[in-house]
Structures are given as structure tokens and as C-alpha cells.
Design a protein around this ligand. Structure first.
Ligand code: GLC
Ligand code: CA
Length: 523
């Protein structure tokens, strides 16, 4: 059966929405959001205009890294629900024309995964070769200089066998050995298991990791100013970012596209240069979507953002789709990082994100302009950053969603201790903002509606237009966008055509664009 054109590349021009499940809605009063909580708010997502959700890890895990340490790739974490709950969520989302992506963690497992348990208890077992083992250096220390995400050595000694195992993250997250074909087979089966259940795709954790250098050579020092790829002064050129990983993605894309409605692979491609990013698309035969960290970490200026967007689009292979996102569960939320808590800047960020050609990925709360929440040291639940001695934990961007104006935000029961503290009720909630026509939430909904009408199923064109200093103007599809990234009013070269949408009332006065204001006009 032929797949209709609109289904065959359904992510083109689509809006995806990342739900950090534990912080979205608790339905059984244990303080943790759960899958039934996601199902309970599908109507909200449908109202907002979302085409698909990516759920943060849902698989069983000891939660040393909140699900990014998987102990069973074919199950559901009991704290989040059951497989039946997930099936129901997928079915209910489908009834609303929304798709569900899961988070897949192929770089490492939990040390509690039966594969690793066996690898340690029986070094002669086939599962030993599922992981990366090496003899000590001549001085008895770690085999090489590789560092984990905590800054500690990426190797831990297994006393019984006298060998070290590799972990690019916590010691309880042993890295898999992708040189072993049995690991490929295991993950091919995992992909099919979920695709067969109706899962629309995966966000692929640490997609730049997978293979490690076969000779385990030392990582060299990172170049000065290396923003994204450096790790505690080392460039991850041997401990990650190996070319062999591309073969895995070619295989997975074949699996993904063997389904009548193609499944989508969205990589956490944490690389610093846009050539490396584009390479994850191969010849249009690897990952269909890749997170763009140079864009995410760009300064919030017209010059910097327009440059990274132009270069990103230029380097993508023909027919491939860019991804625009600004927040996630690992970094500061964009209304804080880009916006400094100024709602005008958050609105401008949303307007631009929603009008760039490609796939938009929002993080829960982006639509409310939700900012980072200070999580006091004693309430921090993120071990990774705590062990790295970081000043701020990732928890600041993982606090409960605010559904209503009550102190709990409607996240859980009044008497329940939420797993992370609530943000300030004065920062607003879904219920309040739904009722207020000029709210940032209503702006976001209007933007997603416009986006769907203009871009659904398409890769729109993009061309930058002349604009005064501090203003970014571009034409995309049939739209002209002008965005003022400065504290002062800016006079456009010419009045834009009829304005379809703007960041707020009075954004444009004749040819004058107010500070931190943006407009979308008919080109
Ligand atoms: C990714 C995840 C992050 C996790 C790490 C290890 O970067 O987004 O949350 O800690 O991988 O799995
Ligand atoms: Ca719960």
C-alpha cells in the first residue's frame, strides 16, 4: 500500500513536544509524574497544536540518571506505569493525530541490566563482550585518559577480573561495545519491538557516542573555545564521535522506513560543528532528524542566530529536515538562558523557533515561558551534575509543570511531596493563560496553528532579507519574518506586507519594530 505523501515524511514542518514524564502530571499521588498523567493531558497538547510527543525515558531503571540507565529495553518503569498504560497512551494520541516517540539509550545500559550483571559475574559469558573492557595501564591505573561526564576517569576497575570497564557517564552506566555484532542484533530487535507497538520513532540518546576507538587511544586536548564537544579539557575524538557509528544509523533508518508510516530517528547529536552535524544525515540515509547544539548554545542575537541557521540549512543534504529547539532536560530553559526572564524575549524566541523551516521541538513549559527554578542543594535529585561539582544541577529545568494557580500547580495532591520543588505560582499556569488572550501560551498556540497551515509536510525555503542592525529578517515559504533582537526600536527598510501574527500588541508601528518584538507577515 502506498503511503500518502503527507504521511511519508510526516515530521517535515511538524511540531514535537518533549515531555519530562516525571514532572508533567502525577495521577497516583506518589510525587512523580506518570504515563497516565501524559494521557490525561493529550487534549491540552491537541489544543496547543502539537503533532507528536517525545517522552523522556520510560523504561525500567534504577534511576541513578533518571531512566538514562536502562535495565530492561522492552519494558515500562513501574513507577511510570505499565506496558498497557503506554499502549493506551499511544492509541489515545493516535485518535488525536498525535504520534509518540520514546527515548532510546543505546550508548550504555544500567549496571543493573542483566547483560552487565552477567558480564561481571561470568567473564566467560557472551555478555562480557557487550561492554568495553580493558586491562589496566602498566602503573595499574585506568587504560587511558578518557573522562566521564562527571570529570572523573571514564573507567572503573572490576576487582574480580582485574579489568576496567568503560563508562562515559556514571560508573553505574557501563558503555556498550558496538564493535560486537550481537549488540547490533539486540538493538535491531528493540527497535522493531517498539515500532511494532505503534511507537512513531525514537530520540536517540548520545547518538554521537556508540563506537569508541578500537585502539582506545588517548583523547587529545580540546581546542580553545570549543563550546560543545570538549569535556573537561579533552576533545572526545576517540572516546566518542567515531565514524563507524554511521553504519548503525544506516541500518536503523532502513528498519524505520520499512514501516508503512515511516518511523523517525531524532539524534541527540551533541557535536560542535555543523559539518559533523550534517554528517549524521549521511546521504539522506541515516538519522532523519538531529538536534542542533550550535544553535541551542548560540548567543541570543540576530547576527549569531541568523549565521548558525544559514550555515545549518546550507550544510544539510538535500531533502533532509532541520530541527529547531531551544530547551531540554539537560540545559537551562531558553526563557532564562536566552531571555533572562524577560517575557518579551521568550515570546521572540518562540516566534523565531516556530517560523524556521524544519521540525520544531518544544520542551514542556516553553509555551508558558517557564523559566529555570532554583533547586536548593538539599533537594537536588540529579547525581550527574552533583558529582561533577557543578554549581547548578539539571533539576532547575525539570521542575513540575504548572497546570493551575494552586500552590501545587495541579501537578499532584496537596499533601504530596513532589519529587522536585514547584516554581513560583506567580509565574502563571496553563489554566490562567488559556483564559488570557494576550498570554504567551495563546501566542504559542497561534504560532503552532500558523505553522501547521503554512508548513505541514513541507520543507519550506529560507532566505535572509536585508534588515537594520540587531534585526533578523527572513523569508520562509510564503512568510516574511522580522525579529528585533535589541533593546531599542528598529526601523525596517520597508513596511512588511499584511501582518499575520506578532509577539504582542503594538509590536510594529508603521515601519518601527519595538524592542524584542517580532512580526510575521505575508511575503
Ligand atoms: C544524554 C541525556 C542526559 C543523560 C546522558 C546520559 O545527554 O540527555 O540526560 O544524563 O545522556 O545518558
Ligand atoms: Ca505518579
Amino acid at each position: 500500500m502506498d503511503t500518502p505523501e503527507t504521511e511519508s515524511r510526516w515530521w517535515h514542518g511538524a511540531t514535537l513536544y518533549q515531555i519530562y514524564v516525571r514532572s508533567w502530571q502525577d495521577t497516583n499521588d506518589d510525587g512523580y509524574g506518570d504515563l497516565n498523567g501524559v494521557t490525561a493531558h493529550l487534549d491540552y497538547l491537541s489544543w496547543l497544536g502539537v503533532d507528536g510527543v517525545w517522552l523522556s525515558p520510560t523504561m525500567p531503571s534504577p534511576d541513578e540518571d533518571w531512566g538514562y540507565d536502562v535495565s530492561d529495553y522492552m519494558g515500562v518503569h513501574p513507577e511510570l506505569g505499565t506496558l498497557a498504560d503506554l499502549d493506551r497512551l499511544i492509541a489515545e494520541a493516535g485518535q488525536r493525530d498525535m504520534r509518540v516517540l520514546l527515548d532510546l539509550v543505546p550508548n550504555h545500559t544500567s549496571s543493573a541490566h542483566p547483560w552487565f550483571v552477567e558480564a561481571v559475574s561470568d567473564p566467560g559469558s557472551p555478555h562480557r563482550e557487550f561492554y568495553v573492557w580493558a586491562d589496566p595501564a602498566p602503573d595499574g591505573g585506568p587504560p587511558n585518559n578518557w573522562l566521564a561526564a562527571t570529570g572523573a576517569p571514564a573507567w572503573t576497575l572490576d576487582e574480580a577480573s582485574g579489568q576496567y570497564y568503560l563508562h562515559n557517564f556514571l560508573p553505574s552506566q557501563p558503555d556498550l561495545n558496538w564493535w560486537n555484532p550481537a549488540v547490533h542484533q539486540a538493538f535491531d530487535d528493540i527497535l522493531r519491538f517498539w515500532f511494532d507497538r505503534g511507537v512513531a520513532g525514537f530520540r536517540i540518546d548520545v547518538a554521537h557516542g556508540l563506537y569508541k576507538d578500537a585502539q582506545l587511544r588517548d583523547d587529545p586536548p580540546a581546542p580553545q573555545g570549543e563550546l560543545v564537544r570538549g569535556r573537561f579539557g579533552l576533545a572526545q575524538v576517540y572516546s566518542a564521535n567515531r565514524p563507524e557509528s554511521h553504519g548503525v544509523f544506516r541500518d536503523w533508518r532502513k528498519i524505520a522506513e520499512s514501516y508503512p508510516v515511516p518511523r523517525v530517528l531524532l539524534g541527540e547529536t551533541w557535536v560542535g560543528d555543523l559539518d559533523a552535524l550534517a554528517a549524521f544525515h549521511g546521504q539522506g540515509d541515516e538519522l532523519q532528524l538531529t538536534f542542533n547544539f550550535p544553535f541551542i548554545f548560540s548567543p541570543f542575537t540576530a547576527e549569531a542566530l541568523s549565521a548558525v541557521v544559514a550555515e545549518s540549512l546550507d550544510k544539510l543534504p538535500a531533502g533532509e529536515c532541520a530541527v529547531w529547539t531551544a530547551s531540554n532536560h539537560d540545559i537551562s530553559r531558553f526563557p532564562t538562558r536566552w531571555g533572562g526572564g524577560d517575557e518579551r524575549r521568550a515570546r521572540l524566541g518562540l516566534l523565531v523557533l516556530a517560523t524556521l523551516p524544519g521540525t520544531l521541538v518544544l520542551y514542556y513549559g516553553d509555551e508558558l515561558g517557564m523559566t529555570d527554578v532554583d533547586v536548593p542543594h538539599e533537594l537536588v535529585r540529579d547525581r550527574m551534575r552533583a558529582e561533577a561539582g557543578a554549581r547548578e544541577s539539571r533539576d532547575r529545568a525539570r521542575t513540575p509543570m504548572r497546570w493551575d494557580p494552586s500552590p501545587t500547580g495541579g501537578f499532584t495532591g496537596d499533601q504530596v511531596q513532589p519529587w522536585l520543588p514547584y516554581g513560583d505560582p506567580a509565574s502563571g499556569s496553563v489554566a490562567e493563560m488559556q483564559a488570557e488572550p494576550s498570554s504567551i501560551l495563546r501566542l504559542c498556540r497561534d504560532l503552532l496553528g500558523l505553522r501547521r497551515r503554512e508548513f505541514a509536510g513541507q520543507l519550506a525555503s529560507y532566505a535572509q532579507r536585508p534588515a537594520p542592525r540587531g534585526v533578523w529578517a527572513y523569508e520562509t515559504g510564503g512568510l516574511l519574518v522580522a525579529a528585533n533582537f535589541s533593546d531599542g526600536p528598529a526601523t525596517l527598510d520597508a513596511p512588511p506586507g499584511p501582518v499575520l501574527l506578532s509577539t504582542g500588541e503594538g509590536a510594529l508601528d508603521g515601519q518601527v519594530l519595538q524592542p524584542w518584538a517580532g512580526v510575521i507577515a505575508r511575503a
